[in-house]
Design a protein around this ligand. Structure first.
Ligand code: FES
Length: 157
């Protein structure tokens, strides 16, 4: 294996590969391990990952572009992912997104100069009952209002 990760992460990669009947099935968990260590999945590692799980590089790219939970470039300490699918849109997503953009001084796809926040929009996060909602790192926040957004951001250190 030629993947450039810490020895701990490589150990996890080796272990996870023993959990599946074929190497290809380990692709998603391996991508998670890479992202946990690096914060994103660097393009330069795609070929190594493909070699390990014995799939074409294009397959790795397809998976990375399909799942918005994988970052393809570095993100800030807090990755804000606003849902912009129908339920969240009907419940005011657009105004809230505008509010966050003004509050942080960045547009979608950008990171604040201090590296603290990255703002993205994503498809339905399967929490429509709490629309409008967003995900920050691994945590979901629903029933958003400008006031609630202020409170959430105030709690991020
Ligand atoms: S539409 Fe936003 S969580 Fe489903």
């Amino acid at each position: 294996m030629s993947l450039k990760l810490s020895s701990q992460s490589m150990q996890r990669v080796k272990e996870v590969m023993t959990h599946y009947p074929n190497k290809q099935a380990a692709l998603l968990p391996i991508l998670h391990i890479v992202q946990e260590e690096m914060g994103y999945v660097p393009e330069e590692l795609e070929a190594d990952i493909a070699e390990i799980v014995e799939v074409p590089v294009v397959k790795v790219r397809e998976v990375l572009s399909f799942y918005t939970l994988f970052n393809r470039r570095p993100v800030g300490k807090y990755h804000i992912q606003m849902c912009h699918t129908i339920s969240c849109t009907l419940c005011g997503h657009r105004d809230l997104l505008k509010y966050i953009k003004q509050k942080l001084g960045i547009d979608v796809g950008q990171t604040t100069p201090d590296g603290k926040y990255t703002l993205s929009v994503v498809e339905c996060l399967a929490a429509c009952e709490t629309a409008p909602m967003m995900q920050i790192n691994d945590k979901y926040y629903g029933n958003l209002t400008p006031q609630r957004i202020d409170e959430i951001f105030a709690g991020l250190t």
